[in-house]
Design a protein around this ligand. Structure first.
Ligand SMILES: Cc1cc2nc3c(=O)[nH]c(=O)nc-3n(C[C@H](O)[C@H](O)[C@H](O)COP(=O)(O)O)c2cc1C
Length: 417
């Protein structure tokens, strides 16, 4: 019987343990978590989502305070088109986050940055260009492009000296999305180094519509593997979404995947950025406590705990401080929904917005508890302590459990006293 450790992801001369800890935005996949994955010979992701906010918390910088101060007079204005990111500061924050992480890297693994293209930041092309280039400048091993794939993203870094040496990957949820991306990028003569295929059971935003239940990761992987073979393209395929045990991972590795990307199992790791109390909410969750809803202003369905404080909250849009979801014209669907509620309740009291959420503010405050479908199984991966709480695990324990376990077994941590 095989375990994940019997396989390797080959990247040129490098042999990587084929476990990738997926990007979990707004510092849920912290540098510490990514560093552990790399130390153990796999791949870890940091995320560049809301990177100035992440830097403020990580390095005591004041990017968010300064931006809020600069745009304070615009706060009552429903028109947010004026609120722009300073490209120099965005580059500075990205480099600080990435370079500090890369300097701390030990071991044979790699660290990538997850770059969600749906963070349009009121200037989609310009900000994405700065984010990607700054990460490359700061020495990141690779960039994984996700959520809202722009078809010409590789073109934005084509003239960067590291364009061909850094690993570049994309996340897709269908063979069609991959075909379109490859067609549009053909003229660059630069294939992705890996393709993450994310199925409908994943956490975060889903690359499916409300019919997500009709799709199945193994089927999509089979279609993509078949397509790549037919086109004679050797691009490693990474399976993601609902891979809960080492045995689940082995079944993908035996059926054409070169690695797996996992996240939910790591949400309750010590090194994960969620607060302790939120980790306990993840542990406690039952299947009925999890939903896929449409409250994200990105337009993508998102899976989360139904008890997330972000759901139904009617806070004032925080665009002067954040503004990551403003499209190129300064719009965000939360602003529209919020203004509708304000018009209905002019006293401004007890505002609740049900159809959208202010994702920037709620992600920053760790109040949007996004999670994978199998979050309700997390309680089976640890010990229940005498006070009723669940024991937090180390990232190393979870990583090694994926790497070595067989026969659907999950090894519990040593109970601490
Ligand atoms: C809490 C959480 C946050 C996530 N945030 C992001 C994100 O910011 N960007 C992204 O591309 N994927 C995100 N994902 C998806 C993961 O990177 C990963 O591909 C997926 O969740 C793997 O499935 P699993 O959670 O069932 O293991 C997130 C997943 C979780 C659980």
């Amino acid at each position: 019987m095989k375990c994940v450790d019997d396989f390797r992801l080959i990247f040129g001369k490098k042999e990587i343990v084929p476990i990738i800890v997926g990007g979990m935005g707004v510092d849920i996949s912290t540098a510490q978590l990514a560093l552990e994955a790399a130390r153990l010979g796999g791949i870890g992701h940091i995320s560049d989502a809301m990177v100035p906010d992440v830097c403020d918390k990580r390095f005591k910088t004041t990017y968010v305070k300064d931006k809020t101060k600069f745009y304070r007079l615009n706060i009552p204005n429903p028109d947010k088109s004026l609120v722009q990111f300073d490209m120099g500061l965005l580059a500075e924050a990205t480099k600080l986050h990435v370079a500090t992480t890369m300097e701390a890297k030990r071991g044979e693994g790699l660290i990538f940055v997850n770059c969600m293209e749906k963070l349009t930041m009121n200037a989609p092309r310009e900000t994405l260009r700065v984010r990607m280039r700054s990460a490359l400048d700061a020495g990141i091993d690779g960039i994984t492009l996700s959520a809202g794939l722009h078809l010409n993203s590789f073109g934005l870094i084509e003239d960067h000296p590291r364009f061909r040496d850094a690993k570049l990957g994309i996340i897709v949820s269908s063979v069609r999305a991959l075909q379109i991306f490859l067609r549009k990028n053909a003229k660059l003569n630069r294939l992705p180094d890996y393709v993450v295929v994310e199925g409908p059971l994943a956490g975060g935003h889903l690359g499916f519509g409300s019919d997500w239940e009709q799709y199945d990761l193994a089927t999509i992987i089979a279609e993509i593997v078949h397509y790549l073979k037919a086109e004679d393209l050797e691009i490693p395929v990474v399976a993601a979404g609902g891979i809960f045990t080492g045995t689940d991972a082995v079944s993908f590795l035996e059926n054409g995947a070169s690695a797996v990307q996992v996240a939910t199992r790591f949400t309750i790791a010590e090194e994960c950025g969620l607060p302790y109390k939120v980790k306990q909410e993840y542990f406690k969750a039952s299947e009925d406590d999890i939903e896929v809803n449409n409250i994200s202003p990105t337009g993508y369905p998102m899976r989360m705990l139904k008890s997330s404080p972000a759901i139904g909250s009617g806070i004032r849009p925080g665009c002067e401080s954040y503004g990551y979801l403003l499209d190129g014209s300064g719009n965000c669907s939360y602003i529209t929904s919020y203004n509708r509620e304000i018009a209905l309740h002019p006293d401004g009291k007890n505002i609740s917005v049900k159809d959208k959420t202010c994702l920037c503010t709620h992600m920053s405050n760790m109040n949007c508890w996004t999670c994978g479908l199998y979050t309700y199984r997390l309680k089976d991966t640890t010990n229940r302590l005498s006070d009723g709480s669940y024991q937090i695990l180390s990232a190393e324990h979870i990583f090694k459990d994926y790497q070595f376990s067989i026969d659907q077994k999950i090894s519990l941590p040593d109970i601490f006293v």
